[in-house]
Write a protein that binds this ligand. Structure first.
Ligand SMILES: O=C(O)CCC(=O)C(=O)O
Ligand SMILES: [Fe+2]
Length: 254
C-alpha cells in the first residue's frame, strides 16, 4: 500500500476537536495491493447480481443510492477481503485505532453503482465509523469522479440542507476515486456526497468498519437500519451487538 494523501478530520471540518470521532483521520487515499483478479471477479459477480436485483424497487431508495447490500454474503471474494487480517492491520495503522468489520451483515459491505446523469448519493454521514471505498470500475471523462466532502462540521451542513439551502462546490473538497486506488474515510463525521458523472460509470466496493475499542461510536440506530432492511434481517445481530457493546463499555476503564 502506498499512501497518496492523508487529511485530519479537524483539518477538514475546521473544528479544534471532535470527541465523537473514533480517530483523528479524516481520510487517507492510497494505491492498494488487492489482487486484480479478485477485484475483477467481484465486479463480474456484482454486475450479474445487479441485473436481477433492483430495477423494481429503485423509486424509494434511501439516499437515492443504487447499491447491493451485504455484498460479502453473495460474493465470497468480498468476504475474504473484508476479513483479511493484513488489510485490517494496515487500515488500523492508517486510522491510528484498531478497526474491525462491521458486525451487522446487511450494513457491513455494499457495492454502489453510479450512472451518468444521476446524483449517485445524496448528502449524508455514514452510519458506521469508517468505510473503505474501493473503485472496481470507472469509465468516462471524469475517470470515476470523486467523493465530495463538506468542509465544515457535518451538523452545520445538515442544518443548511434542512433549511433548503444548497451546499456549493466551493464548500467541498474532492477525493478522487480511481481504480487501483482506495480511500479510508471517517464518513460518520464528514458530510459527503459523490460527484455526478456526465458520461461515465463508477462501481465501488464499500467495506464498512468500526473502532474495536469504541464500537458505540456508531450512527446506525435500529431505525436507520430499517430504512434499508426489514426488521427480521437485522434484529438478531443488532440485539446481540447491543449486549456486546454494553458488556464492553462496562469493562472499559475510563
Ligand atoms: O462512492 C462515493 O464517492 C461515496 C460513497 C458513500 O458515501 C457511501 O457509500 O456511503
Ligand atoms: Fe457515505
Amino acid at each position: 500500500m502506498r499512501l497518496l494523501e492523508r487529511r485530519d478530520l479537524c483539518d477538514i471540518t475546521g473544528s479544534d476537536h471532535d470527541s465523537t470521532a473514533v480517530s483523528s483521520l479524516g481520510y487517507a487515499r492510497y494505491r492498494h495491493e488487492y489482487p486484480a483478479d479478485l477485484l475483477d471477479g467481484i465486479l463480474t459477480e456484482a454486475r450479474r447480481l445487479a441485473e436481477h436485483e433492483w430495477e423494481a424497487r429503485s423509486a424509494d431508495r434511501y439516499l437515492g443510492l443504487r447499491h447491493l447490500r451485504a455484498a460479502h454474503q453473495a460474493i465470497p471474494a468480498v468476504k475474504s477481503l473484508m476479513h483479511d487480517a493484513a488489510r485490517l492491520r494496515r487500515l488500523s495503522e492508517l486510522a491510528g485505532v484498531e478497526l474491525e468489520p462491521y458486525p451487522i451483515t446487511r450494513a457491513a459491505s455494499h457495492i454502489n453503482f453510479y450512472r451518468p446523469g444521476e446524483v449517485p448519493i445524496q448528502h449524508h454521514t455514514d452510519g458506521a465509523a469508517m468505510v473503505e471505498l474501493i473503485p472496481l470500475y470507472t469509465s468516462g471523462r471524469a475517470q470515476g469522479g470523486a467523493t465530495l466532502v463538506y468542509q465544515a462540521p457535518p451538523e452545520q451542513g445538515r442544518h443548511f440542507l434542512d433549511q433548503g439551502r444548497r451546499l456549493g462546490p466551493a464548500d467541498h473538497l474532492a477525493i478522487p476515486q480511481r481504480t487501483g486506488h482506495a480511500v479510508l474515510m471517517q464518513g460518520r463525521r464528514l458530510l459527503h456526497t459523490a460527484q455526478t458523472l456526465q458520461d461515465g460509470e463508477r462501481i465501488t466496493l464499500v467495506l464498512v468498519m468500526r473502532s474495536a475499542a469504541e464500537p458505540w461510536k456508531d450512527g446506525n440506530s435500529l431505525a436507520r437500519l430499517l430504512l434499508d432492511d426489514p426488521l427480521e434481517a437485522v434484529h438478531d445481530e443488532w440485539l446481540r451487538d447491543q449486549q456486546y457493546q454494553a458488556d464492553l463499555f462496562r469493562s472499559t476503564p475510563r
